[in-house]
Structure formats: structure tokens, C-alpha cells
Design a protein around this ligand. Sequence first.
Ligand code: UDP
Length: 326
Amino acid sequence: MPPSILHPPSSQVLVTGGAGFIGSHLAERLLRDGKSVVVVDDLSSGRMANLQAVSGHPALRVIQSKISACAELAELVARAECIYHLAAAVGVEMVVKSPIHVLETNLHETEVLLEAAAPHRTPLLLASTSEVYGKSQKPAFSEEDDLLIGPPHQSRWSYACSKLMDEFLALAYAKEQSLPVVIVRLFNTVGPRQTGQYGMVLPRFIAAARSGAPLRVYGDGQQSRCFGYVRDTVEALVRLQASRAARGEVFNIGGTEETTILDLARLVIHTLKSNSTIEFVPYSEAYAPGFDDMRRRKPVVEKLARVTGFQPQTPLREIIRLTAGL
Ligand code: UDP
């Protein structure tokens, strides 16, 4: 049976993790596009406050549940036009502190969702992570690269492995059961509503700069990252979901302007006209001893640009301003 018969057109979109930072921005965008949105989120790290701007919207429904405990899951995936699977345990600190929660959430919930979506061939976009590139020292990471994951004693890598298994499983469903899937590897994504609670650097730096507290830079601050603005990330997600050429493929999504964390701290202080100082914190104090940090992490986004005609380009200065609400 062709997928179009299995899967009649509707305007309802299912967003798992839709009360999270990226998920809530995506839900807002989909509602603006005239879609009906069903959010499934267990609010373990997501918050209803993230959806405040659209709360009460007639086309939004929020189901507070784990995917695996959602009684209506089969019905929802059968009716949905497509699924964005963003629900996951994230954040370096969460990963280091609660590895069982991270592994179970990322493996089991994805498995349940793929299994439910497969009979209906509901197009599914899986949010994976740049963490899967692990300790690779390449100056920029491409989707076809080998992946270099650290040893199992360091729980950071449990997150990378759990998301990588999700990628394998999604591609296996695509191959064996013709489930239309797209996999995205999200690089450091930032913007309003991101919490610093689970380790993310930019909301922490902005909060510190605002209150006059020191910005705590881990290690020597020479590690570098590329920050992508959440609105650009959402644009990429929507375009990839709509693209037939993207099906069965893996895409990096992220900014390409590289900055060291020390320069990021300086830029935040400058942009917010703050009197805060910068404090260097040894990794052994910031995380567990033996913690591996990546020296650099930059995406190659040519594949995304080729398939969607879009790539994130908001400059870092602008990203900081927008994130700080200036
Ligand atoms: N970092 C920092 N101070 C903080 C939080 C993070 O210096 O309060 C550093 C962290 O060690 C890493 C970079 O900032 O090198 C980005 O950290 P984040 O957790 O935001 O993302 P990651 O790239 O590690 O997934």
C-alpha cells in the first residue's frame, strides 16, 4: 500500500518534547503556520511556562505524559501529518548526574515511538545531537564522518551512545519498514527560554552578567563552539520535515561562526554592559574528575543548505542580544 493511502493528509503535527526549549519554539512556529499541534511532554525538563505565549491557543493540545505512558499514542501517530521527536534527556550535567535516566529515556521512549509510527508510516524527524561526533578532532564535522566515542566509565558518552542508537534504530525502521525518517544532529542551540540548569553555557553567562556575578569559564576557555539561534534551528527542522530528499538522511544543524568560550564570556559582558568578571574553573571542579570536554565542535552544514536552501546565519552578537532579550 503506498504511504499516501496509509497516511491521509491532516494538519495535525505531533511534537514530543514540545514543552522543552527547542520544542516550544517549534510548536509556536507550527501554530503560526496554521497547523494543529499536539505536544507530548512529561515535563521532566520541559516546562509549561515555555508554552505561555501560545497557551489557550485553540489549535494546541498538551498531553503531560511520557511517550511510553501515553494511552492515546497509537491514535495520535495514526492521525498526525508528521512527528517531530524532540523528547530526550539532555544537558551535560544531567548526563553526568543521572545516567540511568538518560539512557532509559533516550533509548526506550524513541523505540516506543518508532514502533507506533511504523504501521502508519507517519513521517518522523528525530532530534539527535552533535555529541555523537564524540572526541573527533576534525576542524568541522560532516554527517558521513567516523564517530569517536570515549569509554563507558565517563557518563558523558552514555548520552552520545544513546542518541546514536536512536539514529541506528530510526534508520533501521526506514530500511526495513519504509518509515519516512529524517535525522538531525543539533549543535549548540541557544535562544530565549533555554535554561542553564542542566549545564548550558550561554544562559548561565547571561544570568551571571545580569546579576554582576562572575562568569565561570571551565578549563582554559580556549575550547570553541558554534552557537546556532533557535529560530534558525526551527526553520531547518520545518524545511527538512517537508523535504522528500531528506528522508532516510542525516543532517547537521548549527551555526558555523566559531568562538572560544572565553571570547563568548567577554562578548556577553560587553553586550550586556556588565561589570562582571571572568573566573576560570578547573574541569575537575566543574564536572566529575576525568571529564572529557571537546576542544572544538563545528558543523559542516552544506548538506542542509543543499537540500533545504537554508543554513543558520544569525551572527553571534545578534544571538546574544536576542537571547538576552535586548
Ligand atoms: N561551560 C563553561 N561554563 C559553564 C557551562 C559550560 O565554561 O557554566 C563550557 C563547557 O565546558 C563547554 C562549553 O562551555 O566547553 C559549552 O558547554 P555546554 O554545556 O553549553 O554545551 P556542550 O558543548 O558541552 O554540549
